[in-house]
Structures are given as structure tokens and as C-alpha cells.
Design a protein around this ligand. Sequence first.
Ligand code: SF4
Length: 278
Amino acid sequence: MSETYSTGRRPVWCPGCGNYAILAAFKKALTRLGLEPWKVVVISGIGCHGRVTDYLRTNGFHTIHGRVLPLATGIKLANPELVVVGFSGDGDAYAIGLGHLPHAARRNVDVTLIVHNNMVFGLTTGQATPTTPLGVKTRSTPRGNVEPPLNPILLALASGATFVARGFTGDIEHLAWLFEQAIRHKGFAIVDVLQPCVTFYNTYQYFRERVYKLEDEGHDPGDYEAALKKALEWGDRIPIGVFYRVSKPTYEQLLLRQKEPPVKVEPVDVTMFYELFR
Ligand code: SF4
């Protein structure tokens, strides 16, 4: 039952916001996985998405801007038995927090990152983010955005993420299926979710007319080169689904294999440096 994971609080998001679909799909995924609420830790950053921890009856940590992945990594290392899921916005994950993404991906930490990618800073009334498309007029780009947008799927693939997917909030069932697979995956999983901000950048119609499912067209998620090719597809047709999936040892497995005691470091006499600069 999805209600097992509800705190009962009423979300404060704008009516029609894509965040509702992400919340509903996530609860469906947890239900299907049969996870006990105490076994799950959710971490959120700053942005409209950040309230998600208030609505989920799991362990939760609403952290500072852009720091979802360091928190998620630390929690997973402290207790590898926990299921750790980070929620982040496109501003949170791909702007201020971007430095953490390639490293969590290449280390293959066993956490899932769900990015509410609405392509604007919704919480601060709709300024441009790194994923705002070219030419789009926002509060901070009144004459149209001149910065080419970042491609999160390509970035995740290039960084070594072992599970890379894209979902759309217009299809909750499909999104729940993606979340379920991402959580089941042993290693770093990212699901970039096309999540229209109905108030400041309503892209529902745009995406409805363009998205198609990779699995319907025989895409092989084990084929890295095919995934790279699909990551570059953006225009009249936009793929959603699992781009890439591969099995590799996780960061915590590799660390736990190092059974030797910590390396002993001899103390160093630093007084000579004082003499040098006297
Ligand atoms: Fe959702 Fe946009 Fe409203 Fe934020 S401002 S709650 S992203 S619709």
C-alpha cells in the first residue's frame, strides 16, 4: 500500500506540478519493492522538490543546496544495509551540486538519484538553470536563454554511472517502473525526470508530443555506444526509459574488501617550516 509511506501532510506544490507524479511514482515503487519504511533513507536538496522528505514516511534528511550526493554517500557507507535515495532539482543537482555527480557516478556508490528536472529554478520564481533550453525566456533571461543546456544523460554516461534513465511525469506508471529498477540496481543509479513546472515553464504539451519509450524500440541497455547515441537524441523525438545498465562492484563493496587495519602514519615534525619563514 502506497499509504504506508505517506506522512499524511498535504503537499504545498502548485496544483498540477510534476512533483506530485514523482511522489506518487516513488511510493508505488517502494510498495512494489516491499521495503520497510525504516530501511529507506531519502535525502532532498533545496528547491521545490526539497519538500518531498516531508511527505514520505521513511527516514529523511532535507539538506543544504547541492549536497544531496555527499549526504547519500556518507549514509550508505555508514550503513550499507539502508536503501538510500536522493532527490534533487536541476538547479540543485546540475548547478551548485554538479561537482558531486561525476564522482558519485565513477565510484559507483549504491545510491539512487532522482532529479526533478523542470529546467527552471521554480522555488525562486523561474530563473534559468543549466538545463533551460536555448532561447527560452525566463525571469533571468528575459530576451531568451543564450546558454546551451547541459545534457544530464550524456554527463552521467561519461562519468561512469552504472544505471542511467530518463522518465516523464506525464506517465506515472512508467516512472514507477523506472524508480523500481533504479532502486533494485546495485550501484549508482540516476533517473533524470522531465518534470514540468506548470507555473513558470509548463512543458507538458511539448513533452507529451515528443517522448517515446526506449524499450518499445528495442534499445539494448547493455550497449554503451547505443546509449551514448540515444543520449544525444533531443528534438522531435525524446527518448525515455533505461539508457544504460551494467553490473560492477560498488564503492562500499570495494572498501569493505580492504580488511587490513588502517595505514599507520608517523607524526611529522613541522617546526622546520616555521624556521624557513621566520
Ligand atoms: Fe512545481 Fe513550479 Fe510550483 Fe515549484 S513553482 S511547485 S516546480 S509548479
